[in-house]
Design a protein around this ligand. Structure first.
Ligand SMILES: O=c1ccn([C@@H]2O[C@H](COP(=O)(O)O)[C@@H](O)[C@H]2O)c(=O)[nH]1
Length: 238
């Protein structure tokens, strides 16, 4: 997968999504559709975004028994999205079943979507992971462990923080996809994210793709901030 800047369309409905995208004119950007928008609009929002030429990461983070995940992935693959994901904590059998569903559901003659596993949410701190989720290892160790599990299950990559990317690429190879949310410009609020990184640091650390939501969607001038983040991410400006 090539380097991408993915914009999280965390909007309540299609109307707000359209208003936001209008600012980008004819430029088809790589977008992420999450639970809020998909649960409101369903597959119609995917059809609309595809018609407009956008590449799509459908971020539903599936986590269920293998049979249910396989059937759900079959449906999601038929939508023709580019990336889907599961929680790696669902285990090997669940991740393998996700891939089986994707292979079965991909439109004929088309490649299945890239499938990535969530390691630990970028909102999770080591303290919360140890004390609440009750995993008593370092965050880096846990993230690399889940990345290896995802790789052994045949997944194409993981969702993680850029902070963990060098360890993951060392363990799973440079081509293993690392999609990294938790991106902030220096003066941005971190909000609910705890493992945050600037776009230029994400580039230095080797992320395959960065995911940016509120820094762009809630900016006074979203297009201008998008272009600034893109230039920093691509190393065009320092
Ligand atoms: O570990 C994860 C997995 C997914 N996300 C999603 O990415 C965006 C980030 O939005 P910001 O506004 O830039 O914080 C959002 O849609 C999350 O659901 C994540 O942040 N961390």
């Amino acid at each position: 997968m090539k380097k991408e800047l993915i914009v999280a369309l965390d909007f309540p409905n299609l109307l707000d999504t359209k208003k936001f995208l209008e600012q980008f004119g004819d430029e088809p950007i790589f977008v992420k559709v999450g639970m809020e928008l998909f649960y409101q609009e369903g597959p119609a929002v995917i059809s609309y975004l595809k018609e407009q030429g956008h590449s799509i990461f459908l971020d539903l983070k599936l986590h269920d028994i293998p049979n249910t995940v396989k059937s759900a992935m079959r449906r999601l693959a038929s939508l023709g999205v580019d990336i889907v994901n599961v929680h790696a904590a669902g285990g090997t059998k669940m991740m393998e079943s996700a891939l089986e569903g994707l292979e079965a559901g991909a439109p004929s003659g088309k490649k299945r979507p890239v499938c990535i596993g969530v390691t630990q949410l970028t909102s999770t701190s080591e303290e919360v992971m140890r004390n609440e989720i009750w995993i008593n290892q370092s965050l880096d160790e846990v993230v690399v462990y889940y990345a290896k599990l995802a790789s052994a299950s045949g997944l194409d990559g993981v969702v993680c923080s850029s902070l963990e990317v060098p360890f993951i690429h060392k363990a799973c190879g440079e081509d293993f996809v690392t999609v990294t949310p938790g991106i902030r410009l220096p003066n941005d609020e971190s909000s609910d994210q705890t493992r945050i990184v600037t776009p230029e640091k994400a580039r230095e650390l080797g992320s395959t793709a960065i995911v940016v939501g509120r820094s762009i969607t809630r900016a006074n001038e979203p297009l201008q901030i998008y272009q600034q983040i893109k230039a920093l991410w691509e190393g065009v400006i320092a």
